[in-house]
Design a protein around this ligand. Structure first.
Ligand code: MG
Length: 385
């Protein structure tokens, strides 16, 4: 049986790697996967045209109007549309690899359609947790995370028949990013270039900066809470610089189950596409003759303040995670464009969270409103930096 995949954000880092996984799996077992639909912002027309040529999807959704017109003029037999909802229809699995809050639409549309959401866009789940949760009771709707830590947790949790009773702790591993071991004073003047030089993972710029501040790990704590319902007191972060142990679950009898593989996103992508079956290609296989050590240490919560900010927002609940995620997006964009220092990313998030109004979202519109309010406040704070 061919699994029909829609890829939202097909020209980005996870989008192109998803194409790579599909190609490799189809080479091993022809016809395993079909690319039924694609969506992209429209900044990279050449890549989208090449993807259309290779996979002949039924539907392609492009956000930018000029790019949409150009793609429509250059292709035949493909429905070129502006509506991201059109890509959900034709697929069994929807990969959401849109960057940032903009991914909310695809998350909601996929679950509403009762489909599997292979979720690389953690921001939508973090910002809209209270709105997304009820959608998971729709028959067929499920989330399989494309995030190495949460994919690891998903695999570890399969070893328990009663996770609610038997899970003691989720242990999320963190590489520590490029600034591990540094203290706040040393980090005052770091460059964009050094923040983007991740030691173990090659990723897009937003998530790479988030890894350097540990905001990524903080957001992943909220993501784990939303995915698995585990209380915040039972979610911990362990720094593990080799990025080979992707996360662990400790059970009531004291057993810890960990998932290990080489750092490659191909494995979590293939896992989410094929679940409950495993891919035929051994994407993350470890060479035990070269892997000599695995180190673990506690995170430096004083230097990397974003980690505890995420716990704080997660525990506050309601729209607090949406505010934090929005503030962080604004602050990271300002850092990447040279407007603020690296240290200011946490400062902006602290100031925005202090002004949180304590609201709880009941619909998507509430989440969008919360996002906009938080962004406005964050932008004002950025201007004052
Ligand atoms: Mg991750």
């Amino acid at each position: 049986m061919t699994v029909r995949v829609a890829i939202a954000g097909s020209t980005g880092s996870i989008g192109t790697q998803t194409i790579g996984v599909i190609r490799a799996e189809n080479a091993r077992e022809p016809g395993s996967y079909a690319v039924a639909a694609l969506s992209a912002g429209g900044a990279n027309i050449e890549t989208i045209l090449a993807q259309i040529e290779e996979f002949r999807p039924e539907v392609v959704s492009i956000a930018r109007e000029d790019a949409r017109r150009e793609v429509a003029a250059l292709t035949t037999g493909v429905l070129v549309t502006s509506d991201s909802e059109d890509i959900v229809e034709s697929a069994d699995v929807v990969v959401n690899s849109v960057v940032g809050f903009a991914g909310l639409e695809v998350t909601v549309e996929t679950l509403q359609a009762g489909k599997r959401l292979a979720l690389a866009n953690k921001e939508s789940l973090i910002a809209a947790g209270p709105v997304v949760q009820p959608l998971l009771s729709i028959p067929g709707a499920e989330i399989v995370p494309i995030d190495s830590e949460h994919c690891a947790l998903h695999q570890c949790l399969r070893s328990s028949f009663e996770p609610e009773r038997e899970v003691r702790r989720l242990l999320l591993t963190a590489s520590g990013g490029p600034f591990r071991g540094k203290v706040a004073d040393e980090l005052a003047g770091v460059t964009v270039e050094s923040a983007l030089a991740h030691p173990t993972w090659a990723m897009g710029p937003k998530i790479t900066v988030d890894s350097s501040t540990l905001m990524n790990k903080g957001l992943e704590v909220i993501e784990a809470h939303e995915l698995y319902g585990t209380p915040y007191d039972q979610i911990e972060v362990v720094v593990h610089p080799q990025s080979v142990v992707h996360s662990m679950v400790e059970f009531s009898d004291g057993s810890t189950i960990a998932q290990l593989s080489m750092p490659t996103m191909h494995l979590p992508i293939g896992y989410a596409l094929g679940y409950p079956d495993r891919t035929r290609v051994p994407f993350g296989a470890i060479d035990w003759t070269t892997l000599s050590r695995l180190d673990f240490e506690p995170p430096d919560r004083e230097t990397f303040r974003c980690l505890d900010l995420a716990y704080q927002a997660g525990r506050a609940g309601g729209t607090a995670p949406a505010w934090l995620s929005a503030a962080n997006e604004v602050a990271v964009a300002a850092f990447l464009s040279g407007k603020v220092r690296w240290n200011a990313i946490a400062d902006v998030c602290v100031d925005v969270l202090e002004r949180h109004d304590g609201a709880t979202p009941v619909c998507v519109a509430d989440v969008i409103e919360a996002d906009q309010v938080a962004r406005r406040i964050a932008e004002e704070i950025v201007e004052q930096q």
